[in-house]
Ligand binder design. Structure first.
Ligand SMILES: Cc1ncc(COP(=O)(O)O)c(C=O)c1O
Length: 465
C-alpha cells in the first residue's frame, strides 16, 4: 500500500539524528543538527517514494499525460532514429565547442513555434530563470517582482548586480503601479531611460493556480515608462501545454509575444522532458552568452535532452495534445461543480475551515487552470494530506516557507488522465474529512484529532521500524 511506504519514509526521515552522532566529525553533526530543527517541526523536505498508477495522481507534472501514456517516449525514439549517428555529448560549453548544429536547429524551431526571435535551451527551467534574472539587469538597474515568484527567480536576484530588488503584491496592478511610480519619481535615471527595470512574473502561479493580469501590467508599465526601459520576464512553466493555441502558453493566447522581453519555458512539466528555454530577442541572447556564466561556464545541453524537447514540442505543434488540453479544462470544471455543490463543503467554507478561491467564479472566466489549491487552517493541511493518502490519493500539503506565512493548503494538480470517478472519490474524501473536523470543532466528537491523523500517529513506532 503506497500510504504505508510513503508515511514510513516520511517518518524515518523525521527521526532526529544529531544525538546519535556524538562521535562523528563535527562537520556532519552540525549539518544534522540544523536539519533536526526542521525535523522537530515536521517540516523537513524529504524525497518521496514513487507510487504506482493505482494511486490517484493529484501531484505529478505530467499534465498532458505524455509521460504516463508513453507517447513522449515513442516520439523521442522516432527523433533518435532520424539521427542515428548523433554525438551524445555537446563536449563543451556554448562559447567553446558546444554550439552544435542540431542544438541550433532545434532552438530555431522552438523560437518559431512560440513566435519569438530566438530561443536558448538550458539544462533546466530553474537554470533558465537564474541565468536570465542574474545576467540581464545592469549595475544600477532595478528588478521588480511579484511576491509569489518561484524560488529560481529569487536565486537569480541574489546573484544579480541590480541596485534595487523590490516586490509588489501578488497579481496586484495598483501595487505594481506604485512600485514603478516610486522608482520613476525617486531616481531620475529611471525617468530618463538611462537605467532599466526588469519585472518578474509568472503566467500561472504554481501554488495558487491563478493567472497573471499581464495585459494590465503591460499597460501600466508602458504608461509610466514610455521610453521602453521597463520590460517583463514571464515564467510560463505552468502554462505551456495548458493555455494558448496548441498549448503555446499565456502570452501566445493573448497575442502579446512582441510585448515581452523574456519568456521562460520549462520542459520538465507538460512537455514530459527536461530543460528550460529562454525566448528573447537577439540582444538579450547576446547578453546571455556574453555574461551568463551560469549557463556558458557549463557544458551545453546534450543531444538526448535536446531531442526530447524537440519530440515534446513536435507533439504540441502537430495538434496531438489538443484533446488532453481540453480534457484538463473539463475535469477541473467538473471538480469545481462537484465540490461546491456538496452541502458539507458549503458548511466547511462558511465556517472558514476550507476555501477554494478558484472555484468561486470559475464560470465567469474564459478558462481554468490545472492547479487548484484548497486552503485550510494552518496545521490542518497535514491532517487532510494524511486523510487523502490513506485513501490512496496523492495531493501534497504545503506550508511556509514554500507559501506565505499564516497560510496552509493542499494542492491539487489536474491532468488529462484524471477521471470523473477520481474527482467524485476525492471530493467525497475531502468532505468526509471536513465533516470530521467540524464535529471536532463543535465538540460533537470525543476526539481532538481526525481519524487519519490518529491512525498515523498511533502507528509511528510500527511505521518507523
Ligand atoms: C514556476 C516554475 N519555474 C521554474 C521551475 C523549474 O523548472 P525545472 O523543473 O525545469 O527546473 C519550476 C519547477 O518546479 C516552476 O514551478
Amino acid at each position: 500500500m503506497y500510504s504505508d511506504l510513503m508515511l514510513k519514509t516520511w517518518l524515518q526521515e523525521h527521526t532526529l539524528q544529531s544525538q546519535a552522532m556524538k562521535n562523528e566529525p563535527a562537520f556532519f553533526r552540525n549539518l544534522e543538527q540544523a536539519l533536526d530543527v526542521r525535523r522537530a517541526g515536521h517540516g523537513l523536505m524529504t524525497a518521496k517514494p514513487r507510487w504506482d498508477k493505482s494511486v490517484i495522481d493529484w501531484t505529478t507534472s505530467d499534465f498532458l499525460s505524455l509521460n504516463r501514456s508513453g507517447r513522449i517516449r515513442e516520439a523521442f525514439f522516432e527523433e533518435i532514429a532520424r539521427h542515428d549517428n548523433f554525438e551524445l555529448s555537446a563536449s563543451g560549453s556554448r562559447v567553446q565547442y558546444g554550439n552544435y548544429d542540431y542544438l541550433k536547429e532545434v532552438e530555431s524551431e522552438v523560437a518559431d513555434f512560440f513566435g519569438a526571435e530566438t530561443a536558448y535551451i538550458t539544462h533546466t527551467g530553474f537554470h533558465a530563470n537564474v541565468s536570465a534574472v542574474a545576467t540581464v539587469p545592469l549595475p544600477g538597474d532595478a528588478i521588480l517582482y511579484d511576491e509569489l515568484v518561484h524560488a529560481s527567480t529569487h536565486e537569480g536576484m541574489k546573484l544579480s548586480v541590480a541596485a534595487h530588488k523590490i516586490s509588489f503584491l501578488h497579481n496586484d496592478v495598483d501595487s505594481l503601479h506604485d512600485a514603478l511610480t516610486s522608482l520613476r519619481d525617486s531616481h531620475p535615471a529611471f525617468k530618463s531611460g538611462a537605467q532599466s527595470i526588469l519585472i518578474c512574473v509568472e503566467s500561472i502561479y504554481s501554488m495558487k493556480g491563478d493567472v497573471c493580469p499581464i495585459k494590465a501590467f503591460i499597460d501600466v508599465t508602458k504608461e509610466l515608462f514610455p521610453l521602453g526601459n521597463a520590460q517583463f520576464i514571464i515564467d510560463e512553466a505552468h502554462s505551456v501545454g495548458i493555455l494558448g493555441p496548441n498549448g503555446r502558453g499565456l502570452i501566445s493566447l493573448l497575442g502579446l509575444e512582441k510585448e515581452i522581453a523574456i519568456r521562460i519555458h520549462v520542459c520538465s512539466k507538460a512537455l514530459a522532458s527536461t530543460g528550460g528555454v529562454i525566448l528573447c530577442n537577439k540582444t538579450v541572447r547576446r547578453v546571455l552568452i556574453h555574461q551568463g556564466k551560469y549557463i556558458t561556464s557549463s557544458g551545453a545541453p546534450s543531444f538526448p535532452m535536446v531531442a526530447s524537447i524537440r519530440a515534446g514540442i513536435g507533439l504540441l505543434r502537430n495538434g496531438e495534445t489538443k484533446k488532453a488540453q481540453d480534457d484538463i479544462q473539463h475535469i477541473v470544471k467538473y471538480f469545481f461543480e462537484t465540490l461546491t455543490s456538496n452541502p458539507i463543503w458549503e458548511e466547511a467554507a462558511d465556517e472558514g475551515l476550507l476555501s477554494c478561491p478558484l472555484s468561486d467564479d470559475w464560470e465567469a472566466r474564459p478558462y481554468v487552470t490545472h492547479i487548484v489549491p484548497i486552503f485550510t487552517r494552518p496545521g490542518h493541511e497535514q491532517y487532510l494530506f494524511f486523510h487523502l493518502v490513506l485513501r490512496n490519493m496523492n495531493a501534497y500539503n504545503m506550508s511556509p516557507p514554500t507559501i506565505p506565512k499564516g497560510t496552509a493548503l493542499v494542492r491539487f494538480v489536474f491532468h488529462a488522465h484524471n477521471t470523473r470517478e477520481q474527482v467524485d472519490t476525492t471530493v467525497a474524501a475531502i468532505c468526509d474529512w471536513a465533516r470530521e473536523m467540524l464535529d471536532i470543532e463543535n465538540g460533537e466528537s470525543g476526539n481532538t484529532l481526525p481519524s487519519a491523523a490518529r491512525h498515523v500517529y498511533s502507528r509511528i513506532d510500527d511505521l518507523r521500524s
